[in-house]
Structure formats: C-alpha cells, structure tokens
Design a protein around this ligand. Structure first.
Ligand SMILES: Cc1cc2nc3c(=O)[nH]c(=O)nc-3n(C[C@H](O)[C@H](O)[C@H](O)COP(=O)(O)O)c2cc1C
Length: 371
C-alpha cells in the first residue's frame, strides 16, 4: 500500500498583502478593455469583474485620475462622483463573491490623442515630446499621438493631487487599495526615462531627479489612504509605448525599490524583466534584494508548476496573470482542477465584436468544475 501526501500548491494558499487578506496568490493583472462608454464604469463591467472574483486579487484596468490623463477611447476614470458610484457597484459585486480588488490608477501622460480626451483637453507629460507611434480613436481610427504639454510647477502639483484625490475616491468606492501605474510608458514611467523626461529642474536630469515625481506621488497617496493600501507597478526594460533602454535602468529601479521599501507599500508589481534577457534577470534580482516587501510578478505565467517555482524560490510572493483571465473567468478553478484553458479572441480585447460590447468580454463561460 502506498500513501500519497498531497500538499496544496503555494499559489492556492492564502496570503495577506498590506491591509488585505487574499484567498490565494493568483492575481488578475490589470487589463484595459475599453468598455467604459463615457469613461464611466457600467453594468457590463460589474458583471465582468464579478465573474473573475475567484482571483486572489483583481487589479482593475488602468483608470484615469483626471481628464488630461484619459488618453485612450472608452477607458474608465475615477475623478467624478458618477465614476465613484459606478466603481462602487464593481467593488460590491467582487466583495459579495469573496474577492478583493485594487484600482489601477493610470495617467496616460503623452500616450493620447485629443480625439480621445474628454473635451479634447491636451495630455500632459514631463516634456513636450510626442510619443512615437499611433493610437486608436473611434472617430478617425489610428492617429499619431499628439504632443503633450510639459508640466510646470503648478501642473506637477495639480497632477499629484489628482492621484491623491482619485485614491481617496477609490477608498470611498470600496476598493481594497490602489496600484499606481508606473509601467508600460504611461505618465509615471515617462518621468523615469530620459527619452521622455528632458527636464532641467529637480524632476529630471539624474536618476534621483527622474524618480522624484514617482516617489513623491507614492508618498502623497500613502499619506492619505495608508501605505498598506498603496501599491505600484513597474516595468524595467519594457520598451512599450516608446520607452527605449537607457544607461541607468538598474540604478533607477534599485533606487525605487529602496525608497518604496522604506515607505512600506502593500506590494510592488513587477512586469518580469527576465523576459528581456540576462540584464533583466539581474534587474529582477536587484529589485528583490532591495525591496523586501511583497512582490507580485507578471508576464507569461501560465501553469501552477511555473507559479510554484517562482513562489517557492522566493522570486515572488504572488503571481499575476493577464490574457488568460480574459477567456477563463474561472482561471483559478481551472488551474486547481487541471482543466484546459480556453483561448481568447484578440480582436475583442480592446473593441466590441459584431454583436456588441459583451462579445469577448462577459460571454466567456466558466468550465464545469469537477469537485
Ligand atoms: C488586453 C490587455 C490590456 C492590458 N491593459 C493593461 C493596463 O490597463 N494596465 C497595465 O498595467 N497592463 C495592462 N496590460 C498588460 C497586462 O497587465 C500584463 O502585463 C501582460 O498581459 C502580460 O501578462 P500575461 O502574459 O499574463 O498576459 C494589458 C494586457 C492585455 C492583454
């Protein structure tokens, strides 16, 4: 007779992150889905997030803290009472299912076109340099990015206050916390990179100068809603949205890791730089060395086996999964049961299908669960 000892995979065990207790360590990564008509969360979005509440933590799609941070078509905001009330429906639905949810605050900075921003307001950025590449507009399809206005001292204070006010509204709307989007080439990362930050004042020029706005914003938000409900997303070596590599990437992210460690934030969400070669592996290790708090790692993670590797080695404390959550609302259950994953349709990731906005959004079914 043989006895088998089964241990629960680490990914399926509970963990507390800052002020929030999670049922497992599998996080739904933030994903823009462009279903927020008029930039206000709606009933379809409530249903979408409710369906995915078995994730240990949901991080919402990137959400604008201000009109001038709303660079994309149909992304939600959180800077009006109508948007707060819309998001409250989402957080209530997720909590009713036993889930937890953080708002991702995304100021798009120079990634914008005035056809997308409310009232055609100009985007703002560290420097008045248009990002290379095109952006979707519902009126005129793909258009070049417009040139942003460079933030002056008043502008810096105003944008920072918008992050703080949006974080406060997020707590009012029932979110468990907020994640500052300092990745993927949006406003906060635009400050970090000398390609998009050519300022000559205290917010540019050196590693410390370019990191200043990100760190000041994180501290300002943490002061108001608590560091244990404040988190951040970083993406070293990721060139997305016209963010070319530069000499001081490691120094930049080590500085951020150290200062965020001192601040005591809920978690640091790292888009895995190891996907960008040996230098990325080194950066990942350096961030882990200098940030001893909770790290969520993301990028191409698909199996419990890979998750076990990352969690048991201490490389990460949680893992985030993006694209598979689109077509597998019950992703955690499918992994637990060893069930196959469904493929999503990329044509409806950011746009409606022929039958409307629900297509490719709320119409992916859960698998039949065995137990
Ligand atoms: C449809 C889609 C929308 C996304 N939108 C966002 C976003 O709003 N904010 C963000 O930080 N990352 C966004 N991402 C990146 C994902 O969070 C994640 O980093 C990426 O998909 C890699 O993880 P994966 O391999 O598990 O999909 C998006 C990705 C996809 C596929």
């Amino acid at each position: 007779m043989t006895t088998s000892v089964t241990t629960t995979p680490l990914a399926l065990t509970p963990i507390t992150v800052g002020a929030t207790a999670l049922q497992n360590r599998i996080v739904m990564a933030p994903m823009t889905r462009n279903r927020a008509i008029g930039n206000v969360p709606n009933a379809m979005m409530v249903e979408y997030y409710r369906q995915r509440a078995s994730a240990g933590l949901i991080i919402t799609e990137g959400t604008a803290p201000s009109a001038d941070g709303t660079g994309y078509a149909r992304i939600p905001g959180l800077h009006t009472s109508e948007q707060r009330d819309g998001w409250k429906q989402v957080t209530d639905a997720v909590h009713a299912e036993g889930g937890r949810i953080f708002l991702q605050i995304m100021h798009t900075g120079r990634i914008f076109n005035t056809l997308n921003t409310p009232g055609g307001i100009a985007g703002v950025a560290p420097s008045a340099i248009a990002a290379a590449g095109d952006i979707w507009t519902d009126q005129q399809q793909l258009q070049p990015h417009d040139t942003p206005e460079a933030l002056d001292a008043d502008g810096l204070a105003r944008v920072q206050q918008a992050f703080v006010d949006s974080a406060k509204l997020a707590i009012d709307a029932g979110f468990d916390g907020i994640e500052l989007h300092a990745a993927n080439g949006y406003l906060l990362q635009q400050f970090l990179n000398p390609h998009s930050n050519q300022r000559t004042d205290a917010y540019g020029g050196s590693v410390e100068g370019r990191a200043r706005f990100v760190l000041e914003t994180a501290r300002a938000v943490a002061r108001v809603i608590g560091a244990d409900r404040t988190a951040i997303r970083l993406s070293p070596w990721n060139q997305y949205n016209d963010q070319p590599d530069y000499d001081e990437i490691d120094a930049t992210y080590v500085l951020l890791a150290r200062e965020l460690q001192a601040l005591g934030i809920a978690y640091l969400h790292l888009i895995d730089p190891a996907g960008y070669g040996a230098h990325g592996v080194a950066t990942r290790a350096a961030v882990r060395e200098h940030f001893r708090g909770t790290i969520i790692l993301n990028g191409g993670i698909r199996t419990l086996y890979t998750m076990q590797d990352l969690l048991a080695s201490g490389t990460a404390d949680l893992v985030a999964v993006g694209a598979p959550f689109i077509s597998n609302p019950d992703l955690v259950d499918r992994l637990r049961q060893g069930l196959p994953l469904s493929q999503g349709n990329p044509a409806t990731f950011f746009a409606p299908g022929a039958s409307g906005f629900a297509e490719g959004y709320t119409d992916y079914p859960a698998a039949e669960i065995i137990s």
